[in-house]
Design a protein. Sequence first.
Length: 143
Amino acid sequence: MVNIETLANRLQRRTEWQKTPATLYLEDFCEIVHTALKHLYIVTGRAGGYDETKVSYDTGSPDMPISYDDTLLLDEEEWVLVTAEINFFRKVQTDVNNILGYSTDALTVTNADKPYANLDGTIRKLLDDQRIIYYKMVRYNLL
């Protein structure tokens, strides 16, 4: 059984120092992980094997996926987490995407897009990590 909630907690810990434009709750992190899990099935050529009826939702919050009735190997789990991190940082990046500079009566600020550049480097590194993990899952890429 894939515990989406546990993976979401791990994602939350991995990204806890990143400022976000809005407060993200466990439900948001669970949805990010769930999206990454679906992406795993697509990338590994098993899209037909994903079954939405295997998703269990929290009784208190019906939009919060908490588990998926399947087993992931350790490398697949790590791939899902890295993909979820990428999705998280892309979501944060959209907030700073359009900022280049701004002016007030007292001063002009340039390079306000610097957070975007920093996030871009973080995302590129995570994409490299994702690629490395995928290529180590030889059961999928040697077909």
